[in-house]
Ligand binder design. Structure first.
Ligand SMILES: [Zn+2]
Ligand SMILES: [Zn+2]
Ligand SMILES: [Zn+2]
Length: 854
């Protein structure tokens, strides 16, 4: 950027087409233009613009033609938007407590989080959109459970650091679909998926409601589109059956289907939601078979796939429907059973319809009788069920709704609906039938001619999974060694032998071996240490030890075959496949491994190739023995610090700690290069890249690397605060405002120009001109609409007064310290060490009880 002014107005950009934001060089030009813009005083070009304006009839043609003002800056939010746009929320855990009985988290300011709240959680990797989930339970961390249970005898409020959150996730469409183009950014799917997460993963509250519950929860249906942090669902996705299920809130079932039904009332009392297979006509099934509603005699029964013989639902293709009355019968329920469906075009009539066709008075009489029995059977069943429901409701047994958030009531339950009235029956998971038939089972057992005889072999080889094939590695015998002695032995081994073997003390092989030796020595430490002295070798530990020659062969192999280790192993004839595999997983994380494997063209994600070559070389080829510290080792060394500040958001960059990089960030989505905070994005920059860049940047000033000046760092891909807000909350990528407005207007040019004019004419920043329904219909996220409108209006102001652009940069910079304060917290690592946490609990216990824990 030696001479930005000269390069500021590139000729190839002069054409009047819209800026293509995906071109990578467009960004360079853009930033040059921005700099030029700041230097300019808004003079010079105005005449040209005026001339153009006269050419076109459109009032804002000059605005559209202006190539000098950027389209991608982060607009200032007017006060009315700011309240809800606060991004990244954290819980102040210092001093907060969990009330176990009430299942709430309290801070000094009151209740902050409780069970059934729906919240954002930081995702893994942190560059992805937030996870959305429901708090199911505050769980005590297992290592403290015993003491906390004791403490709970005296107090209900326990410091929150002893707790974790059990979460029930909602999936975003992008988590489970391949194509997410035509879905709303507010649509999610319920799941049966639970995880336990640290409370610190919390990133703010959100609202997730069932679509049918919107009227009761929101002011208007439109808030599903416009209200911040609101999501809706009407289906559940089960990752085990890989199927979608329709979810019904039991309160809307009761209110909308039949508010007088005892059966529905019972469901409502017991469960929050019930779910059925996608497309299963649940309402109709309920009405016909379970609700006493005699007025409703539906004549069209084509939806009904209940087998007229066995009364089960026909859920696969192995059934026939009567061509006359639409009743269904399983192939296997026919008399005699059919093994396969008749050919297409063959008309099949049920027994009753056949009798009707026959037309004799005797046959018709029979039909009538049959139908009557059927009707009375259904009615009787309905009465019985509702009677039972009624008495169960009267029983006043404690009904735990929480334990069955979603209850399966789908097609496999059609014959066992009364089981739902059993207070002990919980069906959180969907049913699937076993798949029977020639399609799924081997049917060759009848074909005995092709059988080969094979003599029975017994005990020839080790049976897998029995004690002959398993080996005991470690068993603690507390009568022979105390926990302290064991701890002393292990730490002695770690200090003594691990460095000698050039191994990481925490590596599994090493720990397994020292423990096994101790066990074989009957828990006698001194003889175990003697054996360790002689027997602990890299060979015994099966640690791969490669000569430089072998390393060379191995690396060439990986460069050629990637992770096809079978082939790689052929390249290293002097090492076994198992050693190659072991070596591969250690080597992969070394700089050389990262480079070679990272550049392997068969690998889909190829991050390192984006880095300048000299950076890669700078970290390349350190000693292969010089392995990276494991996370554990890093953490244990971090414990040596006393009180310190901690950067608590792993999803944004700790800018204050990387002053060199501060000026090199660029937004991966909108290409802007200034933002108060920078956020991580998948496929953008990550920790390893930072390390490499920092190393490079810390070289002595003025020294050129391979002829390149050191400040020629590549841009660091991240997300600006606006794009991060869109991405983290809604999984939406930013789009240029004109693209957004075009999409909202169906790409119709005249309505696009009209709506742009309406937006630009509006002087009140708090008013958006786009109709929410329009955004909903076109599946454009409302926050993106808001960004587009604000951006267009604020850009208009900029074209009138180009010098004011620097105000945006200043504003952005001044926001930094405010935002930074939110993600930097004083942190006393000592008080989070397990030993200290246990001590703290024991002290609390002693205070309450004066008991012998002290
Ligand atoms: Zn059947
Ligand atoms: Zn029929
Ligand atoms: Zn951006």
């Amino acid at each position: 950027m030696a001479n930005p002014y000269d390069a500021a107005l590139p000729k190839k950009r002069a054409a009047s087409r819209t800026v293509n934001y995906s071109e990578s060089d467009a960004d360079a030009e853009l930033s040059l233009r921005l700099e030029a813009l700041e230097k300019r005083n808004g003079l010079g070009d105005t005449k040209v613009k005026k001339a153009k304006r006269e050419d076109s009839g459109y009032r804002y043609q000059a605005f559209l033609d202006d190539k000098m003002t950027s389209w991608n800056f982060v607009p200032n939010l007017p006060p009315s938007f700011r309240k809800t746009s606060r991004f990244s929320n954290f819980i102040e855990l210092e001093g907060s407590t969990v009330n176990v009985q009430r299942q709430c988290l309290f801070s000094t300011e009151g209740e902050i989080l409780k069970v059934d709240d729906t919240i954002y959680m930081v995702s893994e990797p942190p560059g992805e959109p937030y996870y959305i989930g429901r708090v199911v339970e505050f769980l005590c961390r297992p290592e403290f459970r015993h003491l906390v249970k004791e403490l709970m005898k005296y107090t209900a409020e326990i410091p929150s650091k002893y707790f974790e959150l059990k979460m029930n996730w909602y999936y975003r469409p992008r988590d489970i679909h391949n194509h997410t183009k035509n879905v709303s950014s507010r649509l999610v799917y319920a799941s049966l998926h639970h995880d336990i997460c640290p409370i610190t993963s919390y990133r703010g509250k959100c609202t997730v409601i069932h679509k049918n519950e919107a009227p009761g929860t929101l002011h208007s249906q439109l808030e599903l589109i416009t209200k911040d942090n609101v999501f809706y669902y009407d289906q559940l996705y089960d990752r085990h059956t890989l199927k979608y299920y329709d979810v019904y809130p039991t309160d809307t079932l009761l209110n909308r289907v039949d508010s007088k039904s005892p059966f529905l009332y019972y469901l409502f009392k017991r469960f929050y939601h019930v779910y059925v297979e996608e497309g299963y006509p649940f309402h109709k099934v309920l009405k016909r078979y379970f609700l006493i509603d005699d007025n409703n005699l539906e004549t069209d029964n084509s939806w009904d796939n209940r087998c007229t013989t066995c009364k089960e639902w026909c859920n696969n293709s192995q059934f026939l429907k009567c061509d006359e009355c639409d009743c269904a019968v399983h192939l296997s329920c026919m008399n005699p059973p059919l093994t396969r469906k008749p050919n297409k075009g063959v008309i099949w009539l049920c027994y009753l319809c056949l009798s009707r066709q026959e037309g004799s008075s005797e046959a018709l009489h029979e039909v009538e009788r049959e139908e009557k029995t059927m009707r009375s059977l259904i009615l009787e069943e309905k009465r019985r069920l509702n009677h039972l429901a009624n008495s169960r409701v009267q029983e006043k047994l404690p009904i735990k709704r929480e334990s069955a958030w979603y209850q399966y009531v789908g097609q496999h339950m059609i014959c066992s609906m009364e089981d739902l009235l059993d207070t002990d029956l919980l069906l959180p998971y969907p049913f699937k039938t076993s798949r029977i038939g020639p399609k799924y089972q081997w049917s060759g057992c009848n074909d005995q001619e092709n059988w080969h005889e094979m003599p029975y072999q017994n005990q020839q080889s080790d049976n897998r999974g029995t004690s002959t094939s398993a080996e005991l590695n470690w068993k603690l015998d507390e009568s022979k060694i105390s926990a302290e002695e064991l701890e002393a032995y292990v730490s002695h081994c770690k200090q003594e032998f691990a460095p000698r073997l050039e191994m990481i003390p925490e590596s599994c092989n090493f720990l397994d071996m020292i423990l096994k030796i101790l066990m074989l020595c009957d828990y006698d430490e001194s003889s175990a240490l003697n054996i360790c002295e002689t027997d602990l070798t890299r060979i015994n530990l099966k640690e791969p030890t490669f000569t430089p020659e072998e390393i060379h062969q191995f690396e060439e192999g990986v460069a050629k075959y990637g992770s096809e280790l079978n082939h790689v192993s052929d390249c290293v004839p002097t090492q076994s496949l198992s050693m190659v595999v072991r070596y591969y997983y250690q080597w992969k994380k070394t700089p050389s491994g990262r480079e070679i494997w990272g550049n392997f063209k068969g690998r889909s994600k190829n991050k390192l190739s984006k880095m300048p070559k000299d950076i890669r070389e700078s970290t390349h080829r350190k000693s292969l023995r010089e392995r990276k510290l494991t996370k554990l080792a890093k953490e244990s060394s971090a414990c040596n610090f006393q009180r310190q500040s901690r950067f608590i958001d792993e999803s944004c960059f700790d800018i204050e700690n990387m002053p060199i990089l501060k000026n090199y960030f660029r937004c991966l989505f909108c290409l802007i290069d200034f933002s108060p905070m920078w956020y991580k994005v998948t496929d953008g920059f990550d920790e390893d890249d930072i390390e490499a860049q920092q190393n490079l940047a810390q070289r002595p000033p003025g020294r050129a690397i391979n002829g390149r000046p050191k400040n020629n760092l590549e841009k660091v891909d991240a997300l600006c605060i606006r794009c991060a807000r869109l991405w983290r909350r809604y999984g939406v990528r930013w789009e240029p405002p004109l693209e957004v407005l075009k999409r909202l207007n169906n790409n119709n040019n005249s309505s696009f120009l009209n709506s742009l004019a309406a937006i630009l004419d509006e002087t009140n920043m708090n008013i958006l001109k786009t109709e929410p329904q329009q955004a909903g219909d076109k599946l454009v996220e409302w926050e993106l609409v808001q960004d587009a409108e604000l951006l267009a209006r604020q850009r208009l102001a900029l074209t009138h007064e180009p010098g004011s652009f620097s105000k945006y940069k200043r504003h952005s910079a001044s926001n930094r310290s405010r935002l930074y304060k939110m993600v930097k917290r004083p942190y006393d690592s000592e008080s989070y060490r397990t030993e200290n946490m246990i001590k703290e609990l024991e002290n609390m216990l002693a205070e309450h009880a004066g008991n012998p824990y002290r």
